[in-house]
Design a protein. Structure first.
Length: 184
């Protein structure tokens, strides 16, 4: 997506010294974090929350990807959508299921529909309805309700950065999607 405020991902040579330890970890591997490295303090603070959201969510990896894909779709973030198509496949989601995340919840599998409805409510009303929160709690526990909201907030922030900066998709993900386009 073109932007009037491009903010290129930082190269290894331009990487800030005060977050040099993050370069060989999660932050150096993706353009989104290379873009965020323009603000080293934020990137450092982001690391712990990212670790929880990505690796310790009560939603589990598969359902987490449904939430992230729906969030990326709602944000119109091509980067987030494409990045997580590749990741959703890794965690076993079929192309048909991935594509369904872009459709109306009543056309999805029930559990995906519940999560898509939750994401939509957060975007449209800035809160979960009692019925949605109760259904998510029944399936994922209270921590799952909070993890879902935190995930939408986390990926919304990333989407705002990506969309404003015009961050390009990572070359390896672009190549993978060119070789294996989404089918369905």
């Amino acid at each position: 997506m073109p932007t009037d405020f491009p903010l290129a991902p930082l190269s290894n040579d331009d990487w800030p010294q005060d977050v040099s330890d993050l370069l060989t970890g999660f932050a150096g591997g993706l353009n989104v974090y290379r873009t965020m490295a323009h603000h080293p303090d934020l990137l450092r603070a982001w690391a712990g929350l990212r670790e929880h959201i990505v690796n310790r969510s009560a939603l589990g990896r598969e359902m987490l990807e449904v939430v992230i894909l729906r969030t990326g779709h709602r944000l119109g973030s091509d980067y987030e959508w494409q990045q997580h198509v590749q990741r959703a496949r890794k965690y076993g989601l079929s192309d048909a299921r991935i594509l369904s995340v872009r459709r109306a919840p009543n056309t999805m599998e029930p559990e995906d529909a519940l999560l898509a409805t939750a994401v939509d409510e957060l975007f449209d009303k800035a809160r979960l309805s009692t019925s949605t929160a109760t259904a998510i709690e029944a399936r994922f526990g209270t921590t799952g309700v909070i993890d879902l909201m935190a995930t939408v907030g986390f990926y919304s922030t990333l989407g705002f950065i990506l969309n404003t900066a015009g961050t390009p998709l990572d070359d390896d993900i672009a190549a993978e999607l060119a070789e294996n386009p989404l089918e369905g």
